[in-house]
Design a protein around this ligand. Structure first.
Ligand SMILES: C[S@@+](CC[C@H](N)C(=O)[O-])C[C@H]1O[C@@H](n2cnc3c(N)ncnc32)[C@H](O)[C@@H]1O
Ligand code: SF4
Length: 438
């Protein structure tokens, strides 16, 4: 491990699920009218994301947009709003939409009853076709995903499910307020396979409070024993200034940072690679037969607001509170609060809050950042960017010639820093808005 490099490069920085990143969006470029017009110009397959924000219990590490409640009366009006919002988008899209992929994320999609998810999918798919090779997936909480959830969504074409696991160490589980025994994860993983799901993914997180090497190794061994097709091994994003009290269930001193944090990742990675998993992009692992791995090998891996994906559809429509849409030349984010979202849809309006229209320069840099995040290299002919990369080249993180930049093996853990060096919009945002890069 390059301790000196970790000390030098462990700064606050974006995860680059978009370029420009959300805090760098320029409000003056955007208006709801312009966004509607941009949607009318989106041709071809559509990638659809539905945000289902509810969870029954708060995990104190969580950085997602969620609403904690045990009141399941909230389900019906929310599903009505999603269906109405989709109807509005369908009327704007120039072609009858064919889905390249559909993802239910959250919050917790499995908070919703199978009956309500069935109604949602019937309504969504009634006027919508699927393009060849399309993939439907959802995020399930191991604590409330039932066989009925799995079968209901399977019947609508879902074949991929990801389960939030995080960590099996009891002390960590207590600190993050998420008690979740291995047996529960084993049972739901086996149930998904028995129901016919062909790709099961587990989400793990490194850098959580009280996490230690031994515990991470134990979590990894348990995970490997269930042989998930994919594993997301996320860097804990500690952003308490955004999420308020939610993340304050532990003290800052309890969180491993810098080299201690990176060591947790390396420990997990070694075990995964020894077990036949391959690293994909920045924080994912997959078995060699998995489409995510194949996409990396074939150079078609893509990254969007949901992370790494195999479906590089230029149009992403995000439905639901806080969801982000992307027409390739523009981004648009929905109202973040559920009440504001429901009120806007109730009035027959697109529930948009803010967005950004990309300039020609943004579009060029978007391509470069995507290349770096997905392929660890890009074409780059402008002097200014190359000059900014020189210090990273001196540290052995990248190799540049006058047309290209390639991230070295040594530089891979610092790929976010490489992107930051060429990011033309970062200076506008103030880095305090981001979590640490390591
Ligand atoms: C929407 S949740 C998954 C579904 C379900 N809500 C659950 O928790 O099982 C998405 C995933 O994001 C990851 N995540 C949430 N907050 C995070 C944070 N602050 N840093 C890194 N990863 C985080 C977790 O691994 C979590 O499983
Ligand atoms: S980790 Fe999942 S269940 Fe926990 S609060 Fe976040 S979205 Fe909800």
């Amino acid at each position: 491990m390059d301790i000196d490099l970790i000390r030098k490069y462990n700064v606050a920085g974006p995860r680059y699920t978009s370029y420009p990143t959300v805090p760098a969006w320029e409000p003056a470029t955007y208006s709801p009218e312009k966004w509607r017009l941009a949607v009318t110009q989106c041709h071809g397959p559509v990638s659809l994301y539905l945000h289902l924000p509810y969870c029954e219990s708060l995990c104190t590490f969580c950085g997602c947009h969620k609403r904690i409640t045990r009141n399941h009366q909230v389900e019906t009006p929310y599903i009505d709003a999603l269906l109405n919002e989709w109807t509005m988008y369908r009327s704007l899209l120039p072609d009858a939409p064919a889905l390249s992929d559909l993802h239910l994320g959250g919050g917790t999609p499995s908070f919703f009853s199978p009956e309500n998810l069935n109604r949602l999918m019937e309504g969504l798919l009634r006027h919508t076709s699927r393009s060849p090779g399309s993939e439907f997936s959802f995020e399930g909480h191991p604590g409330n995903t039932t066989a009925e959830h799995l079968h209901t969504l399977y019947d609508h074409g879902f074949r991929r499910v990801s389960f939030g696991v995080q960590d099996y160490d009891e002390r960590v589980q207590k600190a993050i307020h998420r008690i979740q025994p291995f047996e529960q994860v084993r049972a739901v993983t086996e149930a998904a396979r028995a129901a016919g799901y062909t790709s099961v993914s587990h989400d793990l997180v490194f850098g959580l409070p009280f996490q230690q090497r031994g515990g991470v190794l134990d979590t990894m061994r348990k995970t490997i024993s269930l042989r998930p097709d994919r594993i997301a091994f996320y860097s804990y994003a500690h952003v308490p200034w955004i999420k308020g009290n939610g993340q304050r269930g532990f003290r800052d001193e309890d969180i491993p940072t810098g080299e201690a944090k990176r060591e947790l990742y390396e420990a997990g990675r070694e075990l995964l690679e020894a077990a036949g998993y391959r690293e994909v992009g920045m924080d994912h692992f997959a078995l060699p037969g998995d489409p995510l791995f194949r996409a990396m090998e074939e150079g078609t891996l893509h990254r969007n607001f949901m992370g790494y994906t195999t479906a590089p559809s230029p149009t992403l429509i995000g439905l639901g509170a806080s969801a982000i849409s992307d027409s390739w030349t523009a981004y648009s984010q929905n109202e973040k609060e559920v009440e504001a979202y429901l009120a806007a849809v109730g009035q027959g309006e697109l529930p948009v809050l803010k967005g950004h229209f990309l300039s020609d320069e943004d579009l060029r840099f978007r391509r470069r950042i995507l290349d770096l995040m997905c392929r660890f290299g890009t074409e780059l002919e402008d002097e200014e960017s190359l000059a900014k990369l020189r210090p990273l080249e001196e540290d052995g993180l990248v190799v540049c010639d006058d047309r290209t930049v390639r991230v070295t093996d040594r530089g891979r853990p610092f790929v976010r820093n490489v992107c930051m060096a060429i990011d033309r919009r970062l200076a506008d945002t103030g880095q305090k808005l981001y979590s640490a890069t390591i």
